[in-house]
Design a protein around this ligand. Structure first.
Ligand SMILES: [Zn+2]
Ligand SMILES: [Zn+2]
Length: 312
């Protein structure tokens, strides 16, 4: 282009003719390129749909790596929360949801004919989950979450730190009610409080308030204050708890983080449930135990220990 421009002003008509032809060639090849890419990826109707959604403001739309990958952001009726939905345009009138930070529902695995259908469906889902979002936000704000790591609205449970050896497992239903509440780790005093406290559960109060009154807490323990004697001043690195068997915090093939699984209250070692279970099965002669509960001795304190195969 530059040497073409350098030739201005053009006196020779031949040169002008060449220039025009060259420009024509460049513009044509460019247009063809754009046309082929667009028609290859999404159809015009879909582009119009996107335009309509953006114009009426029912959701914000972003393109991903290709025109086929879309992120839409839907705001709920309270106006407090934005929810991201990742979509893929597979073919005309066939859109699927690839990722959503929402608890699983069948709406996430069906196909949609148009963008508006996706937005209408998920707006309803999101507004129905108002109480669910609220309860999880409260838990995440006030409690120390041991699991899941980087919890989001996709995860419908939380494991709350009660003390270094005891966590409280709580699941939240889509309606925002607590369910399957139990302790991870062995502690008689926490256990007794939980058993009597569950009978007095007040459904008019939120989950955090109920948990606080069950365990007589004025605030939730923070990991920093609990291991303050181990913290070297100026040492910002937070040590992750490692498993007493594999000596890792996270393993690619092992779900979850190490937990206080030993029933001996003076044994402070954490294990991955899978590591401990496999260890006990191997010690017992590699025969899988009945009912998925392995018995044996703790590899650290050598006291009797039981471990179920599946996390409840
Ligand atoms: Zn392990
Ligand atoms: Zn032990």
């Amino acid at each position: 282009m530059e040497d073409l421009l350098n030739k201005f002003p053009i006196e020779d008509t031949d040169e002008l003719y060449h220039l025009i032809n060259k420009l024509k060639y460049i513009s044509q090849s460019y247009t063809q390129h754009v046309d082929s890419v667009t028609s290859d990826l999404i159809d015009k109707d879909f582009l119009d749909e996107i335009r309509n959604v953006v114009m009426c403001g029912s959701a914000r739309v972003y393109f991903g790596k290709t025109l086929r990958n879309l992120k839409i952001v839907i705001r709920d009726d309270t106006g407090l929360r934005d929810h991201e939905l990742f979509l893929e345009y597979q073919s005309p009138r066939k859109i699927v949801v690839t990722k959503a930070k929402l608890p699983y529902s069948p709406e996430q695995s069906r196909e949609y004919k148009c963008l508006e259908e996706v937005i209408d469906t998920f707006k309803k889902c999101i507004n129905d989950l108002e109480r669910y979002f609220y309860e999880l936000e409260q838990i995440d704000q006030f409690c120390t979450i041991m699991e899941p790591i980087n919890a989001s609205f996709k995860d419908d449970y939380r494991r709350i730190l009660l003390d270094p050896r005891t966590w409280l497992h709580v699941e939240v239903t889509p309606e925002g009610l607590a369910t399957n509440i139990h302790l991870v780790g062995q502690s008689v005093s926490w256990h007794n409080k939980l058993q009597t406290g569950l009978l007095k559960w007040d459904h008019d109060k939120n989950i955090v308030d109920n948990v606080m009154s069950i365990f007589d807490l004025s605030s939730f323990p923070q990991p920093a204050t609990m291991c303050s004697q181990n913290v070297v001043p100026g040492d910002e690195v937070e040590d992750a708890i490692v498993c007493g068997i594999c000596l890792c915090a996270e393993l690619p093939d092992v779900p979850g983080v190490p937990q206080p699984l030993c029933q001996n209250t003076t044994c402070g070692v954490y294990y991955h449930r899978n590591c401990l279970y496999q260890w006990l099965v191997a010690c017992a002669g590699s025969r899988p135990p009945a009912f998925g509960v392995a018995n044996g001795t703790c590899p650290t304190c050598l006291q009797p220990i039981t471990c179920s195969e599946k996390d409840s």
